[in-house]
Design a protein around this ligand. Structure first.
Ligand SMILES: Cc1cc2nc3c(=O)[nH]c(=O)nc-3n(C[C@H](O)[C@H](O)[C@H](O)COP(=O)(O)OP(=O)(O)OC[C@H]3O[C@@H](n4cnc5c(N)ncnc54)[C@H](O)[C@@H]3O)c2cc1C
Length: 266
């Protein structure tokens, strides 16, 4: 074991100030990604800044058609949220499909978005919903936030404080999960708004989450499962690994899109 300092932040400003004085420090939220990373020595920060006790990072709020989710909301809290279940059940469904009960109890939406694993579930929802990632410094549109594999628009030390989005008229999420971890081999989130449909795909691409513009065009013309008939995805640029070749992931994309639309319409 190697030594590191462990500091508990009391507020958003406190966390940011500690980080400013210790630029090599890492925030720790649920620890479900960071702790395994430390155990494998893939990172050896000299300090961890624990943000679990920061009240301003917690909670799920709905005001009319606007929803706000605090960065420290756990997957379990989101899956069980009555406010979200009536407003956008697809979000609760997605949260309940992440990993297992132990990971869902500690892992947070903020940690997942900061990490931006290419197979994580939340990036698909956040991108399809056209959500805003709120930090201690600014608001970042989802279309500008995801920059590639484990890469985001966050600057060093920038702290995600929450997520905001407008409720869609309909939404659905379907994923084909890797059996052991339940990370997505392919996950598709579909969100239908009054004027547009947005579709985001996770798990499939070497560049991380992406919008499926051909599927969006088909669903903008006709929001139905039938509108997706004959849709095909190219395997070019998709992930090939021990779980599935790129061709298999490509074949899964329209299938998961159909299931997501079915869920949205049900
Ligand atoms: C066995 C297992 C199975 C899993 N299966 C899935 C799955 O099916 N689907 C899925 O989507 N995920 C899955 N995960 C990942 C899980 O969802 C994690 O909870 C998530 O990726 C990280 O959240 P966390 O709160 O634990 O973050 P942490 O591990 O605490 O932090 C992760 C990274 O984000 C940074 N960070 C944390 N919070 C913030 C913040 N507010 N602002 C800025 N930076 C921050 C940290 O510094 C660190 O770099 C799995 C994890 C495990 C261990």
């Amino acid at each position: 074991m190697y030594t590191f300092e462990f500091v508990r932040a009391g507020s958003i400003d406190d966390a940011a100030n500690i980080h400013e004085l210790n630029p090599e420090a890492r925030y720790i939220a649920g620890g479900q990604t960071l702790i395994p990373t430390l155990k494998q020595r893939l990172a050896k920060p000299e300090m961890l800044i624990d943000i679990r006790n920061v009240d301003d990072l917690k909670g799920i709020h709905r005001g009319g058609t606007a929803v706000g989710i605090g960065a420290m909301a756990t997957h379990r809290e989101i899956a069980a949220s009555d406010a979200l279940r009536t407003a956008c059940p697809a979000i609760c469904h997605l949260a309940g499909e992440i990993a297992d009960p132990a990971v869902r109890s500690r892992g947070t939406i903020g940690g997942s978005l900061a990490n931006n694993d290419p197979a994580a579930d939340w990036p698909a929802a956040i991108l399809a919903l056209g959500a805003t990632v709120v930090t201690n410094k600014r608001k970042i549109l989802a279309d500008d936030y995801f920059k590639g594999l484990f890469t985001t628009a966050l600057e060093p030390g920038e702290l995600i404080t929450g997520i905001g989005f407008q409720l869609p008229e309909k939404a659905g999420y379907a994923k084909f999960a890797q059996r052991a971890s339940r990370f997505a081999l392919v996950g598709v989130f579909v969100a239908k708004f009054a004027n547009t449909v947005r579709v985001a795909v996770t798990g499939a691409s070497e560049s991380g989450v992406f919008r499926a513009h051909a599927l969006e065009a088909a669903l903008n013309a006709d929001f139905s499962v039938a509108a997706l008939a004959g849709q095909k995805a190219s395997p070019s640029g998709l992930i090939s690994d021990l779980h599935a070749p790129a061709e298999y992931r490509a074949a899964l994309i329209p299938v998961m899109a159909e299931r997501a639309v079915t869920a949205a319409l049900s």
